[in-house]
Design a protein around this ligand. Structure first.
Ligand SMILES: Nc1nc2c(ncn2[C@@H]2O[C@H](COP(=O)(O)OP(=O)(O)OP(=O)(O)O)[C@@H](O)[C@H]2O)c(=O)[nH]1
Ligand SMILES: [Mg+2]
Length: 435
């Protein structure tokens, strides 16, 4: 890469000169102020641009790299190293410039403010428009660098007949790192490659947006259903031990009974035939929120408990956690459900932690499938980094998500599920400030 400098009275004037001579391909590397503008004289700016003389050679190399993997020749390796070196030094420059571009405005305003305190003077005529132009140049440049970097990345999977194009590499890597099932990822990528309009492929931002929209459409979500007057909505939470069933019940009870616009009457049932401690945990929440609570030890008591809470808008049923090897507990829950002699229909929500692998989520689901799971609640989103496992789980089972639990705090750490929220977590990580 050849480095050439241009000067001008403003950065954009210097940039215009560079573009006039070398076209849009000239890469802006650095902007320096050589001389400050004074009342009587113009300022002087110097910009450094990189002229990519080897653009043709790189595109030739890109073609070669997209062929089935071959051992690179020594010469090609040497060229690649040179280009990678150029990219990394360009990338360093970019980060330097992007920090600087924030400062000139601040510096400029600070300087103006300081000078205007000394004596009234005409404003320094550096246009924010020019800075906008520079910023847009930098973002184009960053995109170009990403693209060049990705030219050296090649991934070919059995489901894809061709390697993934470099401009799709960033999004593919992001999704793959999220823990998404590879088959799912490849078929989504295939769909994207086939259907994405050509004009949207120009920048990684539009590619990401398209991919995001596609993912959002794939996530099954159960919108929060509130009971109509006179009706009762019953939810039973089931799942492995320690996943957060009781905590989630407490959060839901608080949400329905005093956090929503309408205050619903909430009743609780603890279905725990084994552990007295677990009953006590929910009892405490019930006392704090002044909610009716019934304990069920055997199936015949289940109908009685439902009947005695039928005045409520919501009945929330907590169950004991079951390990994959303990089928009897799941059978006991099944017997209770089967013994329901009331008119009330019970929504079974499987509670699963987001911190376990996709395969383990599927195995847990299998265990509880005899209970005819209606929806899924994912907990411990605050304890995980990748969310592709949740996404793939829902895609595979087609079970809709209704809530996310994002921490231990009752009642605040609960989020009503939305595909926007999940896809945002998937591609950009969980951010508490976005709840
Ligand atoms: N970090 C984090 N911890 C959670 C979350 N939800 C629950 N917990 C914690 O997980 C632990 C177990 O929670 P419980 O609600 O007792 O779990 P459970 O599923 O009812 O457990 P069993 O009744 O024993 O099967 C507690 O320490 C909770 O505070 C969450 O979303 N994030
Ligand atoms: Mg519990």
């Amino acid at each position: 890469m050849k480095v050439v400098t241009f000067t001008g009275t403003t950065p954009s004037e210097a940039l215009k000169k560079a573009k006039l001579e070398y076209g849009d391909e000239a890469m802006l590397i650095e902007t320096k102020q050589i001389k400050k503008k004074t009342l009587s004289e113009d300022g002087l700016y110097e910009i450094v641009v990189g002229i990519d003389e080897e653009m043709e050679r790189k595109s030739e190399m890109k073609k070669q790299l997209s062929q089935p993997p071959q051992k690179p020749s020594r010469q090609l390796q040497k060229g690649t190293e040179e280009i990678l070196y150029d990219i990394s030094s360009a990338a360093k420059q970019i980060s330097k410039i992007s920090k600087v571009t924030k400062d000139p405005l601040a510096e400029l305003y600070a300087k103006n403010a300081f000078e205007s305190q000394k004596a009234p003077q005409p404003q320094t005529p550096v246009e924010p428009q020019e800075l906008k132009e520079i910023k847009s140049e930098i973002s184009k440049l960053t995109d170009k660098v990403k693209l060049i970097q990705n030219m050296f990345w090649s991934e070919k999977s059995p489901d894809l007949s061709q390697p993934i194009p470099p401009e799709f590499a960033e999004i593919y890597k992001l999704a793959a790192q999220s823990g998404m099932n590879k088959e799912h990822l490849d078929s989504i990528m295939k769909l994207t490659l086939e259907h994405m309009p050509m004009r949207m492929r120009e920048s990684t931002t539009t590619i990401k947006r398209y991919f995001q929209t596609l993912l959002r459409k794939m996530v099954p979500i159960r919108l929060e259903t509130l009971p109509t007057p006179g009706s009762t909505r019953v939810m039973m939470l089931v799942g492995p031990t320690g996943v957060g069933k009781t905590t989630t019940i407490a959060k839901l009870a608080a949400r329905y009974s005093f956090l929503m616009q309408k205050r619903y009457k909430v009743g609780l049932i603890v279905l725990d035939t084994y552990r007295i401690g677990a009953v006590e945990q929910l009892m405490q929440y019930a006392r704090m929120m002044k909610l009716g609570i019934e304990t069920v030890v055997d199936p015949p008591e289940f109908t009685t408990a439902l009947n005695s809470l039928s005045y409520c808008d919501f009945i929330l049923i907590d169950t004991m956690g079951s390990s994959p090897y303990d089928k009897t507990k799941i059978e006991k829950i099944y017997e209770c459900l089967a013994s329901n002699d009331t008119q009330l229909s019970i929504d079974v929500s499987l509670v699963l932690p987001s911190s376990i692998k996709y395969e383990d989520l599927l195995a847990a689901y299998e265990n509880f499938s005899t209970l005819n799971v209606d929806t899924v609640i994912f907990t411990k989103l605050d304890e995980t980094r990748g969310f592709g496992n949740i996404f793939s789980f829902c895609l595979e089972t087609q079970k809709p998500i209704n809530y996310f639990s994002v921490g231990q705090e009752v009642p605040e750490d609960l989020v009503v599920a939305s595909s926007d929220f999940l896809v945002e977590c998937l591609l950009n990580g969980f951010d508490r400030s976005k709840i």
